[in-house]
Design a binder for this molecule. Structure first.
Ligand code: DC
Length: 220
């Protein structure tokens, strides 16, 4: 079977990563969580006391930020930071980091490199519009901000982190705004992407509808 690319884009908390992981397993695809890569840049700024608004220093630091993805683990300069990149502290500052053009250039190159010669599903914001505009399958997954905040609170709880609903909702609305209004590769549905609203769907229903689409296009 030929290599192919599934682009799964959508706003924060729409369920992309949960769903992408299941589909990757079912279809034997490599899964690339591109949001985790932006999170590693944000974590680097925290670790090195760099103000997130200081884009000049962040850009100068880029050559010192080495990231690796080994199986499901995210390695930043040799250290496994899979847990650290999911903390609310990183979540709060990641959107401004992802808005920096030079950061995006570096990470998009890396995403293309990692995907080369593979059957792959990538989740992010700009996969179908910028990273792989010729992706074989493009899905744009959305859900209401309230539903997404509810899911995030639950997700944090499962990791032992207590965050209150209103704070998470405000954070999601703010991130949506930054991600969709930024100049560089804003969060936007590709003209040829298929939109799925997961607000009233459970995970299995979402997976089923996306797998049906992949099957109908790729035939796997
Ligand atoms: O999906 P996530 O919450 O882990 O993404 C973290 C941040 O990275 C989010 O603010 C949007 C940004 N991002 C991006 O700009 N482009 C991507 N391809 C993936 C994530």
């Amino acid at each position: 079977m030929k290599n192919y690319i599934v682009a799964l884009d959508g706003p924060a908390g729409s369920g992309k990563s949960t769903i992408a992981k299941i589909i990757a397993k079912d279809f034997n695809l490599t899964y690339l969580d591109t949001g985790a890569m932006y999170r590693m840049v944000a974590l680097y700024t925290l670790q090195n006391n760099i103000n997130i608004k200081d884009s000049k220093t962040i850009i100068e630091s880029l050559p010192k930020i080495n990231m690796d993805i080994v199986n499901d683990s995210f390695i930043l300069n040799g250290v496994d930071v899979s847990k650290e990149i999911r903390t609310p502290e990183v979540t709060k500052i990641v959107s401004p980091a992802a808005a920096i053009k030079e950061v995006r250039i570096k990470l998009v190159d890396l995403q293309r490199e990692i995907s080369k010669g593979k059957k792959v599903i990538l989740d992010g914001r700009d996969i179908g519009t910028v990273v792989f505009p010729n992706a074989d399958v493009k899905i744009f997954l959305v859900a209401s901000p309230e539903e997404r905040a509810k899911r995030r609170v639950k997700d944090y709880l499962s990791k032992g982190i207590t965050e209150d609903f209103k704070t998470v909702l405000a954070d999601i609305i703010e991130r949506d705004l930054i991600d969709s209004s930024r100049k560089e590769s804003p969060l936007k549905k590709a003209h040829d992407a298929i939109e799925i609203d997961s607000s009233f769907m459970n995970i299995q229903e979402c997976v089923y509808s996306i797998e049906t689409i992949i099957y109908s296009i790729i035939g796997e």
